[in-house]
Design a protein around this ligand. Structure first.
Ligand code: NAD
Ligand code: TYD
Length: 361
């Protein structure tokens, strides 16, 4: 692993992963290929922008020529593929972009890798790897009494987002099986932590609470996610890249499964403590139940015994401490937050997603 292409590195997990890699690896060259959609944010990487090991190329994974040129120009031996459309609610209001980016984009990137590594034989095959970052949502939804998902659980995606990620996983696997493209896949649960775009549950609740705005909880708030601290996730991906076996998939989960309402209430309690003078205390009074997400998955739970047994990984963060650190991070980075809040696209999204929900309730 010398010349690494990170796609979607200006997003939430990608930017954390770039920070992680530059912290723990010295002898690498890292290229961040990101189209800078609404979710891409170079502010998240301002501190590494001048690092000689780091290069940013504004580029779209759906552009095969551009991807091919990056692979050749930087002699890329490792691709860590994060770039995607990622928000379930956006996939319900507008699924087309999810098909374009997650399916066509992943296909285009796979073709570029196949061409450079397998057809042109540019690098020794044992030195290359296509790593695909995927989600637990490909497995569908669990009833309360069902066991956690393993790597062998059949796919049953429920949202257009989950279906597009499931399809991209299948494409990656097929390129390994048919063409011999070296690959690994990780399916991880809901991440939280620094630099998460504030349309996802945890940062949205923190920022709304700070402003005294309603805290929207979909449906009855009893849906369960398996919350994973983003730094634990980055460590797991790094391990899979260095020690994971070609052609394998690994589940990554946080071993934390509270209901959404509990997450929201915990954030409120942390803010009550950290912002003792807030006029919005107690913040839990801001909770508002709103119309549910169509097709809302009830419960996610990842069985992580494989990555634990084979690579020795387990999450280090407790949810309680991780949430406290995350709230603290958003309190300490008002410039990062305000730059997003001022964007018209962001305001438009909040209107599109929440106005009709409040009216339906
Ligand atoms: P994000 O939405 O925060 O960032 C996505 C990034 O991809 C952005 O920087 C965006 O500009 C870039 N991008 C989008 N389309 C692109 C294109 N066509 N070409 C190049 N760049 C493009 O996403 P995230 O939360 O960091 O998720 C990263 C990956 O992890 C995704 O593949 C996602 O499916 C997966 N994942 C995320 C979570 C989670 O909780 N966030 C959970 C499981 C899996
Ligand atoms: P989200 O952060 O959108 O992630 P995902 O849909 O990938 O799980 O949502 C996490 C959970 O929180 C999910 O069950 C939906 C719920 N949710 C709310 O209750 N209110 C909100 O405003 C949002 C954005 C999500």
């Amino acid at each position: 692993m010398k010349n690494i292409l990170v796609t979607g590195g200006a997003g939430f997990i990608g930017s954390n992963f770039i920070h992680h890699l530059l912290r723990v690896e010295t002898d690498i060259r890292l290229v961040n290929a990101d189209a800078l959609t609404y979710a891409g944010n170079l502010d998240s990487l301002a501190d590494v922008a001048d690092d000689p090991r780091y290069h940013f190329v504004q580029s779209n994974i759906c552009d095969g020529e551009q991807m091919g040129a990056i692979l050749r120009d930087f002699q890329i031996d490792t691709i860590v593929h994060f770039a995607a459309e990622t928000h379930v609610d956006r996939s319900i209001l507008g699924p087309r972009q999810f098909i374009e980016t997650n399916l066509v984009g992943t296909f285009t990137l796979l073709e570029a890798a196949r061409n450079y590594w397998l057809n042109e034989k540019a690098l020794p095959l044992q030195s290359v790897r296509f790593h695909h970052v995927s989600t637990d949502e490909v497995f569908g939804s669990l009833a309360l009494d069902e066991p956690a998902w393993t790597e062998d659980t059949p796919y049953a995606p429920n949202s257009p987002y989950a279906a597009s990620k499931a399809g991209s996983d299948h494409l990656v696997r097929s390129y390994g099986h048919t063409f011999g493209l070296p690959y690994t896949i990780t399916n991880c649960s809901n991440n939280y932590g620094a630099y998460q775009f504030p349309e996802k549950l945890i940062p949205l609740i923190i920022l709304n609470a700070l402003e005294g705005k309603p805290l929207p909880v979909y449906g009855d708030g009893q849906q369960i996610r398996d919350w994973l601290h983003v730094e634990d996730h980055c460590e797991a991906i790094h391990l899979v890249l260095t020690k994971g076996k070609n052609g394998e998939t690994y589940n990554i989960g946080g071993e934390n499964q509270p209901a959404n309402l509990t997450i929201v209430e915990t954030i409120c309690a942390i803010l009550d403590d950290l912002r003792r003078d807030s006029p919005h205390k107690p913040h839990r009074n801001l909770i508002q139940f709103v119309a549910d997400r169509p097709g809302h998955d009830r419960r996610y739970d990842m069985d992580t015994r494989k990555i634990n047994a084979q690579l020795g990984w387990s999450p280090r963060h407790t949810l309680e401490q991780g949430l406290r650190d995350t709230v603290q991070w958003y309190l300490s980075n008002p410039e990062w937050v305000d730059a997003i809040r001022q964007r018209q696209e962001y305001k438009g999204w909040l209107d599109a997603n929440y106005k009709s929900r409040e009216e339906k309730q």
